[in-house]
Design a protein around this ligand. Structure first.
Ligand SMILES: [Zn+2]
Length: 345
């Protein structure tokens, strides 16, 4: 029987989640999933050092998982590794540079760099720099580094990666002759996130939200390379962590029925309407759906249509933009000062 305590930190449109597991013999296992942006690494360390590590008697997380190399997920992990160094036993991360030839990876970086005066190319360059720096640091401290791909598991399979598969991950990277096309596609999605051009009909998003969710279901290749992670806690409750995965990434999950009837899920990509379909939501039917997002009028995350479509399927929906970090625990964990029950959105 596994007790579970999850913290989804409030970092705007960026992710960092800590998971503390305890078995029947009171053995703890601490996982850190993503670290937010580079400047937010300090907040993540502060959280671990205050609420998690002292209570477990540990000096560092047992496992760090990087869902994908976008800077709002990998950036803060650089400070985390610099802080805990070789006290961290193991890290799961996919390094795009190790899945294509160095010649092609170089061509890819050059192509982004050439256009880096434009913001959407600059942010992608920053992400690629972050992944290079992160991998260098992990290897410098001789931390065991494993690919974050289907089949990877820990704690007797209680923690396991459902996707991406090795073949799907490779298929998301550019081939020899389509580097330029790949670069412009990635830049297009980055542009859409940076400069949202929309004026949603809030009334319609309330009355008939699911068709709006289904109007467009595509996201960048980098987002689709996100790790989809399953953790099973007491009474076979399934928890799903999704990074910025999109519909294509969920389709790649080989054990497709493991997406059925979830107890708890992280809503992918900060609550974007493009990363889930109503068919998937119907399949997943989560009891609890948690979003990490900035919120606010000028911001498109989380999208109201998606929140309402989840609710129509019976989910209780929570977002970090309302009331800050979210703590969800089942089982016996020490109380904390200043934490109260979160309000649904
Ligand atoms: Zn993200």
């Amino acid at each position: 029987m596994i007790d579970i305590s999850i913290d989804m930190l409030s970092l705007g449109n960026a992710d960092s989640i800590t998971v503390w597991l305890k078995d029947e013999n009171n053995n703890s296992f601490v996982i850190l999933i993503d670290g937010g942006n580079k400047s937010q690494g300090a907040d993540v360390i502060k959280h671990l050092d205050k609420h998690i590590l002292p209570a477990t008697g540990k000096t560092a997380p047992d496992l760090i998982i990087c869902t994908h190399h976008d800077k709002d997920h990998i950036g803060g992990l650089i400070a985390v590794v610099e802080h805990y160094k070789n006290l961290i036993p193991e890290i799961w991360v996919n390094n795009p540079a190790e899945h294509i030839s160095s010649y092609r990876y170089q061509a890819l970086k050059e192509s982004f760099k050439k256009k880096s005066a434009e913001k959407q190319y600059e942010v992608i360059m920053e992400s690629l720099q972050n992944v290079d720096d992160f991998i260098t640091l992990v290897d410098k401290y001789n931390i065991t580094r494993k690919p974050a791909l289907y089949g990877q598991n820990k704690f007797n399979g209680i923690v396991k990666i459902l996707g991406p598969s090795d073949a799907f991950y490779k298929s998301l990277l550019p081939g020899m002759d389509n580097v330029e096309e790949y670069v412009s596609q990635e830049a297009k999605y980055a542009y859409n996130s940076l400069f949202p051009n929309q004026n949603p009909d809030l009334l319609l998003e309330g009355v008939s939200p699911c068709p709006i969710v289904d109007a467009e279901n595509s996201t960048s290749a980098t987002n689709n390379s996100s790790v989809i992670l399953q953790i099973t806690a007491r009474e076979n409750k399934r928890f799903l962590f999704t990074g910025d995965a999109g519909v294509q990434a969920f389709e790649d999950v080989e054990t497709h029925d493991s997406l059925d009837n979830l107890f708890w899920m992280q809503v992918p990509h900060h609550g974007s309407r493009r990363n889930l379909s109503s068919k998937l939501i119907d399949k997943m039917s989560p009891k609890w759906a948690l979003i990490s997002a900035k919120g606010g009028k000028e911001n498109k995350h989380p999208r109201l249509a998606l929140v309402n479509c989840l609710k129509k399927h019976g989910a209780k929906v929570y977002s970090t933009h309302k009331g800050g970090s979210k703590w969800h625990h089942i089982g016996n964990f020490p109380p904390r000062d200043g934490y109260s029950t979160a309000a649904e959105i």
